[in-house]
Design a protein around this ligand. Structure first.
Ligand code: BV8
Length: 248
């Protein structure tokens, strides 16, 4: 396995002072969670995520949007972090400094032990008053769908960033600062289609920062400072970190 891993990337990992990581749904695929672009399964087959993950969709049909997220929350509760999540949590103990930035809302990086993931798009595990009066880590699911805000009676919504909504300003600023400051950028399991997160690896690469893209739909070319690794994150990340830092 190590033979296919580019030596230049292995050396860059060993030498890195500050590794920045951006993950997308592909890092949770091996936990059994459908990726964003994958065809929605079953009940959701006739909707595109972009049609459900918007404030307009929620206003038009709050019950449908709430139930889509409730379905995804159930999948997440049944899912376990996979070797990709665990390898990234382990990397925080191997490299001097690691900043993990994720587009995922499934909370699996934290469950795998990553210390402080920057959750650019929020989290399924929280709900927010649609009138923005409060955020909840837990809420009653009896009765109304969506449930009502206990403080003001407005409907609750998932505490995620929908299309057309701004990302949390402070988190986004931190993510771009890290992309400009890091000396190694790993982009893992993301189609790189959604802005502004998709610009993060490009910001690093534009500065000549060694950047690795780990995905199933990359050609697998290596043209330093860009390294493309074609494969499953759950297999490539443990192998890459073992090649760089030795067996754990
Ligand atoms: C913003 C949370 C300013 C919710 C998500 C027109 C009108 C309005 C906006 C826009 C517009 N045009 C462009 C925009 C901006 C828009 C955007 O980028 N749209 C895209 C579709 C063109 N962005 C926004 O709206 C953002 N806000 O810009 O605010 C603004 C304000 C007003 C008006 C304009 C702009 C907000 C974006 C955040 C949306 N929320 N998620 C929820 O989860 O329900 S996005 C969601 O999709 C994810 O969070 C992620 O960010 C994104 C992409 O998904 P990925 O994670 O990349 O997953 P995907 O399935 O795509 O790919 C998986 C990859 O993994 C694949 O490449 C696959 O090959 C690989 N893979 C699979 N298995 C494995 C693997 N790799 C390795 N190992 C494996 N085992």
């Amino acid at each position: 396995m190590h033979s296919e891993l580019p030596q230049g990337l292995i050396e860059a990992l060993r030498a890195a002072r500050h590794v920045a990581v951006l993950t997308g749904a592909g890092v949770s695929a091996e936990s059994g969670l459908p990726t964003f672009r994958e065809a929605q399964t079953g009940l959701w087959a006739r909707y595109k995520p972009e049609e459900l993950a918007t404030p307009q969709a929620f206003r038009r049909n709050p019950r449908l949007v709430w139930e889509w997220y409730a379905w995804r929350r159930k999948l997440v509760v049944m899912a376990e972090p996979n070797p990709a999540h665990r390898a990234l949590a382990e990397l925080e103990r191997l490299a001097p400094r690691v900043t993990l930035i994720t587009q995922n809302v499934d909370g699996l990086h934290a469950r795998a032990g990553s210390a402080d993931p920057i959750e650019l798009h929020g989290s399924l595990s929280r709900a927010r008053c649609f009138a923005e009066c409060a955020i909840y880590d837990e809420w009653e699911e009896a009765g109304d769908i969506p449930p009502r805000c206990p403080r003001c009676g407005a409907p609750l919504r998932p505490d995620v960033v929908w299309f057309g909504e701004n990302l949390p300003r402070e988190l986004l600023a931190r993510a771009f600062a890290v992309a400009t400051e890091c000396d190694l950028f790993l982009s893992i399991g993301t189609s790189g289609l959604v802005e502004p997160a998709a610009s993060l690896p490009r910001v690093a690469l534009a500065r000549g920062t060694t950047t690795a893209v780990i995905n199933l739909d990359v050609a697998g070319r290596s043209a330093p400072p860009l390294f493309e690794l074609n494969g499953r994150a759950g297999e490539l990340l443990p192998a890459l970190f073992e090649a760089a830092f030795g067996p754990r």
